[in-house]
Design a protein around this ligand. Structure first.
Ligand SMILES: [Zn+2]
Length: 278
């Protein structure tokens, strides 16, 4: 009897610790922009650290009203750096240096191509949730996502050639309470596909589950990470999504098609998908 009680207590305590909401906040990529002031002008030293375009704006700032409007929206090409000079005589240096940085150039034309499956050839997985799934595929950023039944430790592969432009792999916890829904602290990889203009995302990776690095060039079918169960979930799986950049909302979910006649929009819970790529 004593053994059973100890076992039960162990299970409860391990579950509790796993579902703790992390205090840490990790980011897909880090940028360091300087802001200097000289001769009544503000100089913004902007540098894109990524192999994809980024779009930069300033938030509204009560100490420097209208500076955000004068700054406008700046799009930088991959790895581009520049200095923006804005005449602003009463610039307050006490305001914090903040920027709104979004992926992509919303003006770029997207040429959708058929993509591979996000796991290695020969493997097959069940669909847990498809397009417009009620649990979590119901927002502009997630409506065309698909959940595949990858187990913790299974290999994730890139669906097309491209560059790694986002990477988080330091979270360990998971949960589905309110706080997780509001701020999803998942590990994930974002890959930019320059030929099509699409971005693909692979979510819920294991702790230290990326086997590639930010900036790496990745080929279609190449293993990129280890699946896991981090962030807004209590089921081990891979949340796969394809996105396009928009002016207003940054990356949003978009429809896509897999190769070999697999219709992504028709996949539903319980279907089995096999990667038959040669
Ligand atoms: Zn999902």
């Amino acid at each position: 009897m004593k053994k059973i009680i100890i076992l039960v207590l162990t299970i409860i305590s391990s579950c509790t610790s796993l579902k703790e909401f992390p205090k840490e906040q990790y980011y897909s990529f880090i940028y360091n922009f300087d802001r200097t002031f000289k001769n009544d002008s503000v100089y913004f030293h902007l540098k894109n650290p990524l192999m994809c375009p980024i779009n930069i704006q300033l938030p509204k700032d009560s100490l420097n009203s209208n500076l955000d409007i004068l700054f406008g929206k700046i799009t930088l090409c991959k790895l581009q750096d520049t200095i923006i000079n804005i005449s602003f005589p009463n610039f307050s240096t006490t305001s914090k240096e903040k920027y709104i940085v979004k992926y992509g150039d919303p003006k770029r034309e997207i040429t959708k191509n058929k993509i591979g499956l996000p796991f290695p050839k020969g493997r097959k997985y069940k669909i847990i949730q498809g397009f417009n799934g009620k649990f979590s595929h119901n927002s502009a950023t997630s409506k065309n996502a698909i959940d595949f039944s990858l187990k913790i430790g299974d290999t994730i592969a890139s669906v097309d050639d491209g560059y790694v432009v986002g990477l988080i792999e330091k979270y360990k916890e998971f949960g589905t309470s309110k706080e997780w829904k509001e701020i999803d602290k998942s590990n994930y990889i974002t890959i930019y596909h320059p030929q099509s203009g699409l971005y693909s995302q692979y979510v819920h990776l294991n702790y230290n589950g990326a086997i590639i690095e930010l900036g790496d060039y990745i080929q279609k079918g190449q293993p990129i990470g280890i699946s896991g169960m981090t962030g807004y979930t209590t089921v081990e799986h891979l949340h796969f999504n394809v996105k396009i950049p928009t002016d207003r909302y940054g990356l949003i979910s978009t429809e896509y098609e897999f190769e070999n006649g697999i219709k992504a929009d028709k996949l539903k819970k319980g279907d089995v998908v096999k990667n038959i790529t040669q």
